[in-house]
Ligand binder design. Structure first.
Ligand code: WQD
Length: 344
């Protein structure tokens, strides 16, 4: 495929917006479908500022099949981000997660079959592994029971894709198992912007630093880890975005009726306290925090074996934890001091 037209669902969201910037930079034409449930339309203009191109945007919910009829023709591939992603929220509202994450996936697979779109990249997650007995986890590591409805939606999603491919010849799918995406674009123009109180660690830290939250709660101090706090593999969102360009290119060259899965992480595990330490170092601040009990749905520790992504996709993250905390803080400040203020 020459550089083609890619439909990006959830393209104004956190990972989606960074990926759209990378796709445009790589010469793709991008169509965004997003219902703005966890983003806003201002992101579109800021993508234009960074990438120099205003992507075609449709404000639709991909859970609504009829809305998909208005999508343009000649789409060469779909990158399907649109989903809910909070582990803790999914424990509280399981049906919200099953409905949104599974109906949207079913609709997008059917959409591809109807339009004869052969290339599909799926946002999966390291949560499919549950609490793996072996670390780091490889793509061959067995799925343990999911610890949250969110993780279960991704396990079911991957199974659904495998079954669908058996019945629908001609498609190729790449499933990307993200570890913990964090950080923001180096311009400070796009980044993670959760609605309401953040569930994820990094935006909670930056919102505490800017004064929106009193103090960070560190969930769990009795885990079997270096300092008792839970360990995750944080990957810079700009690295993750560039991996999607590699993934869609790889997908287009794959044999038909095939799924390939890749772990996308840095290969390094960091505890919550180590993330706070990095933030304090790069910002020059001191984040107030308190230790509280474990959070429902959280696993103790997980990090990626990145060998397959490196060997097969040629993907090696370029940024480290300090780049993540530095850019996340730059984004939070720019958003609060310039973007939000202008819009209010
Ligand atoms: C990280 C750590 C918390 C908030 C994410 C994504 C999910 C999936 C996996 C990709 C945990 C602790 C958090 C806070 C804290 N990724 N924490 N205080 O749960 O690993 O899930 O990665 O698809 O989509 O959301 O990420 O950022 O919520 O938590 O102590 O206020 O920080 O307990 O150990 P999680 P997270």
């Amino acid at each position: 495929m020459a550089k083609g037209k890619i439909l990006v669902t959830g393209g104004l969201g956190y990972i989606g917006s960074h990926t759209v910037v990378e796709l445009i930079g790589a010469g793709f034409s991008v169509v965004i479908a997003d219902n703005l449930s966890n983003s806003d339309e201002g992101v579109l203009r800021r993508i234009e500022t960074i990438a120099g191109v205003l992507p075609e945007f449709h404000q639709i919910d991909v859970c609504d099949v009829s809305a998909l009829k208005n999508m343009p023709s000649n789409i060469d591939g779909v990158i399907h981000f649109a989903a809910y992603k909070s582990v803790s929220e999914s424990v509280e509202f399981p049906l919200k997660y099953y409905r949104n994450n599974l109906v949207s996936l079913m609709n997008m697979l059917e959409f591809c079959a109807e339009r004869n779109i052969k290339n599909f990249v799926f946002s999966s997650s390291c949560t499919v592994y549950g609490q793996s007995e072996q670390l780091p986890v490889t793509e061959e590591s067995p799925f343990m029971p999911a610890w949250s409805p969110y993780g279960h939606t991704k396990q079911i999603g991957e199974a659904m894709i495998a079954d669908f491919l058996k019945s629908t010849p001609g498609m190729r799918v790449v499933s990307l198992r993200y570890f913990n995406p964090a950080g923001a674009h180096e311009t400070g123009l796009i980044g993670e912007l959760p609605r309401g109180v953040p569930n994820n660690l990094m935006p909670y830290i930056t919102q505490t630093a800017i004064g929106l939250r009193d103090k960070l709660k560190v969930y769990g101090s009795d885990y079997d880890t270096i300092d008792g706090t839970a360990v995750r593999d944080y990957i810079h969102v700009a690295d993750l975005a560039s991996a999607h360009v590699k993934a869609i290119n790889f997908c287009c060259g794959m044999p038909e009726n095939k799924v390939e899965v890749f772990n996308l992480g840095s290969g390094n595990g960091f505890s919550v306290l180590e993330v706070i330490e990095s933030f304090n170092f790069t910002s020059g601040l001191k984040i107030p925090y308190e230790m509280v009990g474990r959070r429902a749905g959280d696993v103790e520790k997980i990090w990626a074996d990145t060998t397959k992504a490196e060997k097969v996709l040629g993907f090696v993250p370029q940024r480290i934890l300090d780049d993540i905390t530095l850019t996340a803080w730059k984004w939070e400040q720019n958003y609060r001091q310039n973007i939000e203020r202008k819009n209010s």
